[in-house]
Design a protein around this ligand. Structure first.
Ligand code: SPQ
Length: 440
């Protein structure tokens, strides 16, 4: 699956500008949740703009394997889910393969804890190294029984037939996946389940639960719900993923003579750290035609080339831009003055160790990048080009693709097949916008 052709290479020639209009594919976080809640709802859920990336397709196939009839996705991203209700899933005949997707594994751990049957969940080489104790430990406090490897990594065996009880969990790290996993288990628990988060994280689970008619209370940093309710089918229009748009925001900012319109981008305030940080760096970003689509704010974003400056990134913005740091480090490499990031140790447990892998890649291209325990220090200048190992991490591959726009030598990126996990069609879209790239 996602790691089968690890040798896909991006060969990106230096220079170019980004121009025209681009609509990047649908939001990954919202697409996952649309399948999960649509499957557990009563009635038919119609989704448009669904992300047909491998990660979301893993979630879709998992629910099909548990007896949910799902039509699509069509070429335009339409999916119809014939919901079976919160108690209508059936035991799958085989282990559920979550591929490269941390979101699938962690959110499903919560949901599967409430089922009557056992479920085994596996993942690829990268997912098999990611920490799962952050969800299995609090879920065990609720009464779930989940087996993992001695390191707390996948594969997981979630035992069925456990009686869950509601509880309060004070989250030690800012993680939307941990929050969502516990709240989704809470649907099956007796009484109230609540979490407090140390900093705001993406709130798509809470928004979508409410969209499906389930009461979720948010009071400051505390989010709570009562078990035993029901979900009612709803229609979901998935906006373009701001995490995918981010590559083009940075590309158009650093490449000379660029002017790019990014269409229909989700601008949920728990996701817009990339806009705030780029503006602090002096980027020219204009939000146009703001509107609300299916409970999520959306806008078109116009980006023009700008002279960027290095900044100390405010820690409060870190969880709001957590997936955008690989490409933000590229912006920093072409800015004037040093950029310092702290408070971002979570980057070390993503699809790769994004601090180390980005530092290695920047160094390979001639940039002074010093990794720290919880961040990085980037002294810009001297980006020539070079050979990058993406370590199978989609966001590393796409970040260095954009760096080539300002390189003086080609940028060759290895192990790029996993770009398909979040951004199918990236190569064609980037080439159409002005990136001089080919694959081998
Ligand atoms: O699904 P996965 O592999 O964890 O994907 C990533 C990504 O970069 O695409 C993280 F590596 O996004 C996460 C994100 O970092 C998606 C997510 C969600 O949909 O709830 C939440 C964030 O993770 P976390 O651990 O901070 O909760």
């Amino acid at each position: 699956m996602s790691h089968s052709s690890t040798n896909l290479q991006f060969i990106v020639q230096p220079g170019g500008s980004l121009r025209g209009s681009v609509r990047v594919p649908g939001d990954k976080s919202i697409s996952h949740r649309s399948i999960m809640l649509g499957s557990l709802a009563e009635g038919d859920t119609h989704v448009s703009g669904f992300l047909q990336g491998e990660d979301c397709l893993c979630t879709l196939k998992a629910f099909r394997a548990m007896g949910v009839a799902i039509e699509g996705p069509t070429e335009e991203g339409r999916v119809t889910i014939h919901g079976v209700g919160l108690h209508g899933l059936q035991a799958p005949a085989h282990a559920l393969d979550m591929g490269n997707s941390g979101t699938s594994m962690r959110l499903m751990s919560g949901l599967m804890s409430g089922q009557a049957f056992d479920v085994r969940m596996t993942g690829d080489a990268s997912l098999s190294k990611r920490p799962m104790k952050r969800v299995t430990a609090p879920l065990a406090e609720m009464g779930a029984v989940i087996d993992a490897t001695p390191n707390g990594t996948p594969p997981l065996l979630v035992h069925g037939g456990c009686k869950l009880k509601g509880m309060h969990y004070d989250m030690p790290m800012a993680s939307a996946q941990v929050k969502s996993s516990i709240l989704l288990a809470g649907l099956y628990a007796d009484g109230e389940t609540s979490v407090t988060e140390p900093a705001p994280t993406r709130d798509h689970t809470e928004r979508m639960l409410r969209g499906f008619g389930y009461a979720v209370k948010t009071a400051g940093n505390r989010i709570s719900l009562q078990g035993g309710g029901k979900l009612t089918a709803a229609n979901i229009d998935v906006p373009a993923d701001i995490s995918s748009a981010a590559f083009f925001m940075v590309g158009a900012s650093i490449a000379e003579n660029s002017e790019l319109l990014l269409e229909h981008v989700g601008i949920n305030p728990t996701r817009t750290g990339i806009i705030d940080i780029l503006r602090l760096m002096g980027a020219d970003l204009e939000l146009l035609n703001g509107r609300e689509v299916g409970g999520e704010p959306v806008a078109d974003i116009r980006v023009r080339s700008a002279k960027l400056k290095g900044v100390q990134i405010p820690e409060a913005l870190v969880p709001l831009a957590i997936d955008e740091f690989p490409v933000l480090f590229v912006a920093a490499a072409f800015a004037e003055g040093r950029t310092v990031l702290t408070g971002a140790e979570e980057l070390r447990v993503k699809e790769s160790d994004r601090i180390q892998v980005m530092a290695d890649g920047l160094l390979a291209c001639g940039v002074d990048a010093q990794p720290t325990a919880d961040g990085i220090i980037i002294n810009p200048g001297n980006f020539s080009g070079g050979v990058i190992d993406s370590h199978g991490d989609h966001r590393i591959a796409m970040a260095f693709t954009m760096a080539a726009l300002r390189a003086t030598q080609p940028v060759i990126i290895n192990d790029c097949a996993n770009v398909n996990t979040s951004f199918p069609g990236f190569v064609d879209l980037a080439a159409r916008a002005g990136v001089r790239m080919a694959t081998a």
